[in-house]
Design a protein around this ligand. Structure first.
Ligand code: RIB
Length: 289
């Protein structure tokens, strides 16, 4: 069984700043760290760290072979990562002393994926998952193929736009959002989360934990967050999503999968960086113990 992830691959430039910049401000960073990022790549790494077999579908530019190599080193199958003429995507990430971040994205190759990156989906079927976020093109096309072939589709609605989410609502089995995004979507559609046309709606609430809404059976499961001292929240949502999907894929109960995901995300925020800072399954299990 395989998890197919159609996702972005970015070079993250992470700047430690005394506070998040405001309009018109020039601000000196106190540190700079560069590494692999992108919501897609982060989720692939998290799923691989959690023990899943992961095929990443995405693209880099001619300047991005280092990123594909790093993704592979972290346990992800990159045979479906294309090299395109657009430059590799990148992100300017500012992180303040409380670990909060602010991100500017340059999508680059992530929005220039050729259809051929979806070729691995010809092998997917029941028992497999397709994972999607909002940083690439081809999401709807990928979801349609996966569903026709009987795979389940998990969609992280980030970066959030109501329009992108509306296009995906009828095409996914699970949608994962943070609390702000969930509130925006509820307002835009004029309905409660439990009424969304998606079987499972997962809402992450940072220090307040996470909620799982089973909209088909009108049931909700909530897990608390672990109390940690945040260093860098970048990629925490991706870590949560990756561990959650990998655990469900491996047959864990909903509650166990949520607890694992919550612990993995908590551990991530204690570490600076993005993909390279995502913990391993052994580290998450030790943290939980
Ligand atoms: O979710 C965090 C990620 O968002 C970063 O790695 C950055 O690349 C952006 O995609």
């Amino acid at each position: 069984m395989t998890v197919y992830n159609l996702g972005s691959i970015n070079a993250d430039h992470v700047y430690a700043v005394p506070h998040l910049p405001v309009a018109g401000e020039t601000l000196a960073a106190t540190a700079l760290q560069r590494g692999l990022g992108g919501k897609g790549a982060n989720q692939s790494v998290a799923m691989a760290q959690a023990g899943a077999k992961v095929v990443h579908m995405g693209a880099v530019g001619a300047d991005g072979s280092w990123a594909t190599e790093r993704l592979q080193q972290l346990g992800v199958d990159c045979s479906a990562v294309a090299t395109v003429s657009a430059p590799t995507g990148h992100a300017i990430v500012c992180v303040d002393p409380a670990g909060e971040n602010q991100i500017v994205l340059f999508p680059g190759a992530n929005q220039a994926l050729p259809d051929q990156v979806l070729t691995p989906l010809q092998h997917c079927g029941a028992g497999d998952w397709l994972v999607l976020q909002n940083e690439t093109n081809l999401q709807c096309e990928a979801a349609q193929i996966a569903r026709q072939r009987g795979a389940r589709v998990a969609y992280s609605a980030a970066p959030f736009t109501v329009e992108a989410v509306q296009n995906m609502l009828g095409l996914c089995d699970m949608i994962i959002m943070n609390a702000g995004e969930a509130a925006q979507l509820s307002r835009a559609l004029g309905c409660d989360l439990g009424q969304l046309p998606v079987p499972v709606v997962v809402v992450t609430r940072g220090a307040e934990g996470a909620d799982w809404h089973d909209t088909l059976n009108a049931q909700q499961i909530s897990v608390p967050a672990h109390k940690v001292q945040p260093i860098d929240t970048t990629g925490a949502g991706d870590t949560f999503a990756g561990f959650l999907i990998a655990a469900l894929h491996a047959g864990a109960s909903t509650t166990a999968a949520l607890q694992l995901a919550s612990a993995a995300a908590a551990l991530k925020v204690t570490r600076p960086g993005t993909a390279d800072a995502i913990p391993s399954m052994a580290q998450v299990q030790a943290f939980m113990a």
